[in-house]
Design a protein around this ligand. Structure first.
Ligand code: CP
Length: 335
């Protein structure tokens, strides 16, 4: 295979300014790791001797576990931080926590926090101290979740071209993003990647969860009713109702929400005949989408999204971890 093009970013904090070339570098690198993950021996020595610290100040199942597995598949040493059992409860600051992991030799830190901007602040401090440490935003408040949108992109591009996933394959495809857009970092990151891909992006949700400001995020169409968003859609991305972030009464009831915006088999009738459903997880079964649809492997890409997450996160860690010397094609990439 051809070597991945040179990667120049130290941190991955947002997809707002990602180029098509950068997306394709990630897709191409993730495809190589996907192939490696299909082999009997799934581990490569790419990041041997490096330390990946997963600093999760907010709960996670998929993101934390797949970053850990991705780092292990790359032969990195991993450190996992969970705020509930940490010295944060004794008053230690977030920056001092990050500096503690720096002092232990962390080379890459993945950061999740309920406040937007925390990964950026840690990245600025790492740069100010000239540490060379890379920061990867693993979800910050309502801001962004870049690795989720990248694994969504990989899942979609693989479906469209299993041999050579590339962002161009999404040109002109209609993607409906449905639900709690207001509180969703996943939606924000996906809007950047999908609009850069040239997809036709339609956002649908109740007015309280889909404010007009989203119209300024790029070439997107807003709908306060579901049907126009679903008409002829190639992909429907449903989002979790983030009740933990709702400080006001934004919905009449979950039942009412499901009636108006819940994805069911009936509602998919107007979509493209080959429509597929995505959800970043965790899912509120029977609220954002019906339970039987979620479990239908002909329609639901939810399991593929989780599987894609490992290869994509391997690609991100690899690109950050080898950015000083990525002109070489490692022998394990060469078939
Ligand atoms: N999609 C996602 O971020 O899931 P987790 O909260 O389980 O990591």
């Amino acid at each position: 295979m051809t070597p991945p093009p040179t990667w120049t970013r130290r941190h991955i904090l947002s997809l707002a300014d990602f180029s098509r070339e950068e997306y394709n570098t990630i897709l191409q690198t993730a495809a190589s790791f996907r192939e490696i993950l299909s082999r009997p021996t799934k581990k490569v020595p790419a990041l041997q001797g490096q330390v990946v610290a997963n600093l999760f100040f907010e709960p996670s199942t998929r993101t934390r576990s797949s970053f850990e597995l991705a780092a292990k598949r790359l032969s990195a040493d991993t450190l996992n931080f969970a705020s509930s059992s940490s010295s944060l409860s004794k008053g230690e600051t977030i920056l001092d926590t990050a500096k503690t992991y720096l002092a232990m030799g962390a080379d890459i830190m993945t950061i999740r926090h309920k406040q937007a901007g925390v990964p950026q602040i840690i990245a600025q401090e790492m740069d100010r101290l000239e540490t060379g440490v890379s920061i990867l935003n693993a979800g910050d408040g309502q801001h962004e979740h870049p690795s989720q949108a990248l694994l969504d992109l990989f899942t979609l591009c693989l479906l469209l071209d299993n041999d050579s996933p590339q962002i161009e394959s999404l040109q002109g495809k209609k993607v409906a993003i449905v639900g709690d857009i207001l509180h969703s970092r996943v939606a924000r990151s996906n809007i950047w990647s999908l609009t850069t891909a040239g997809a036709e992006v339609h956002l649908a949700g109740p007015p309280t969860l889909l404010p007009l400001e989203f119209g300024s995020m790029g070439k997107v169409q807003l709908h306060w009713h579901l049907d126009p968003a679903l008409a002829k859609a190639d992909f429907v991305m449903t989002l979790r109702l983030q009740r933990e972030r709702m400080t006001q009464h934004l919905l009449p009831s979950l039942r009412e929400y499901h009636q108006q915006f819940g994805i069911t088999r009936d509602r998919l009738q107007s979509c493209h005949p080959d429509v597929k459903i995505l959800h970043p997880g965790p899912v509120n079964r029977g609220v954002e989408l019906s339970s039987e649809l979620m479990d239908d492997p002909r329609l639901s890409l939810i399991s593929q999204q989780v599987t894609s997450g490992v290869a994509v996160r391997m690609a991100l860690l690899y690109l950050l971890g080898t950015m000083l010397d990525n002109s070489m094609t490692p022998t394990y990439f060469v078939r």
